[in-house]
Design a protein around this ligand. Structure first.
Ligand SMILES: C[S@@+](CC[C@H](N)C(=O)[O-])C[C@H]1O[C@@H](n2cnc3c(N)ncnc32)[C@H](O)[C@@H]1O
Length: 296
């Protein structure tokens, strides 16, 4: 109750500050292309130095793009899916990497974010955004279907790489499980997926208990930890067993190691704050086989 009141007050203050800074940026034409106004993004915090907002938006998106190249071997002419594409943070970074043969598709449950991306990327015909009508904490009352019932709006075997950043850290176990099934369906054999999680391994649980981690989630059930038992979508993490099962049961093979982020206090050179799980569709034995003469 008290937590909810504090959260509402914080959100109201943030909205006022964001509206003011957006107006100043608009007046001075201070936002670079494809950087959205702050009001479109319900997730970002307030940055007191005005210029820091665009800088952070751009550099953090560039970092994720670098990670997709490094861990996912993303090539300029490939087909890539951004699950929970938000306000185009990663799409923007990929506009300078994908060639005209490369295709980017993103979908999100936030109609304002999707509409902004559709308008802003209108000139780039290989960047398309879709709205998925799923209910979510930040867009109350809009969605009509449950995450675990969503069929990704793409045919099977479409993509070389599918990724989600900071999405499976908010969705229920049933939805994440279903989304990995859909990811497997739309990936080509041998295609890669990269998703961020809060991985609740022994190190993370101990770091949360001792206060060394940035967050302290509580156990909700078998293999599942949440930030707030009343509002599990605010933040959720899964044990390695659960994450393995999500992948294995949909024909996705995790490519070790898990790339841990810094949220637990681990001192690492990581691309992002959350933990990154990389997987390939199929197993070693289902990878494309060598031509017959090479096999002899
Ligand atoms: C923390 S934001 C991250 C946005 C983007 N991936 C990024 O890294 O900039 C989480 C995003 O997930 C989206 N989202 C929430 N529930 C979703 C769902 N069931 N399916 C797809 N996206 C969802 C939200 O609308 C939001 O854009």
């Amino acid at each position: 109750m008290v937590q909810n009141v504090k959260r509402t007050a914080g959100n109201t203050l943030r909205r006022v500050l964001h509206t003011t800074y957006d107006a100043l940026d608009r007046g001075q034409r201070a936002l670079p292309a494809l950087v959205p106004p702050r009001q479109i993004n319900p997730n970002i915090g307030f940055t007191p130095r005005r210029g820091d907002y665009a800088r952070e938006f751009i550099t953090s998106g560039d970092r994720v793009a670098a990670m997709l190249k490094t861990y996912g071997n993303l090539q300029p002419d490939q087909q890539v899916l951004d699950i929970g594409s938000g306000i185009g943070r990663i799409a923007r970074a990929l506009t300078t990497y994908l060639s005209k043969d490369g295709q980017y598709r993103g979908f999100d449950v936030d109609p304002r974010a999707v509409a902004w991306c559709q308008r802003s990327y209108g000139r780039l015909s290989n960047f398309l955004f879709a709205y998925a009508p799923v209910g979510y904490i930040n867009v109350r009352g809009r969605g009509t279907i449950r995450g675990e019932d969503l069929v990704f709006p793409y045919p099977e075997a479409t993509f070389d790489l599918a990724f989600s950043m900071s999405v499976y850290t908010h969705l229920s176990r049933a939805t994440v499980d279903h989304y990995l099934g859909e990811t497997s369906r739309v990936l080509r054999p041998g295609g890669m997926c990269l998703n961020t999680f809060f991985v609740m391994d022994d190190f993370a649980v101990e770091a949360m208990q001792s206060g060394r981690a940035d967050r302290r989630y509580v156990r909700q059930g078998d293999g599942v930890y949440v930030a707030d038992l009343d509002n599990p979508n605010f933040g959720i993490g899964f044990t390695p067993d659960v994450i393995n099962t999500f992948h294995e049961s949909h024909g996705l093979t995790i490519v070790p190691p898990i790339r841990f982020g810094g949220w637990t206090g681990r001192k690492l050179e990581s691309f992002v704050y959350q933990d990154v799980v990389v997987a390939r569709k199929g197993t070693a034995s289902t990878e494309p086989s060598a031509p017959a003469e090479e096999r002899r």
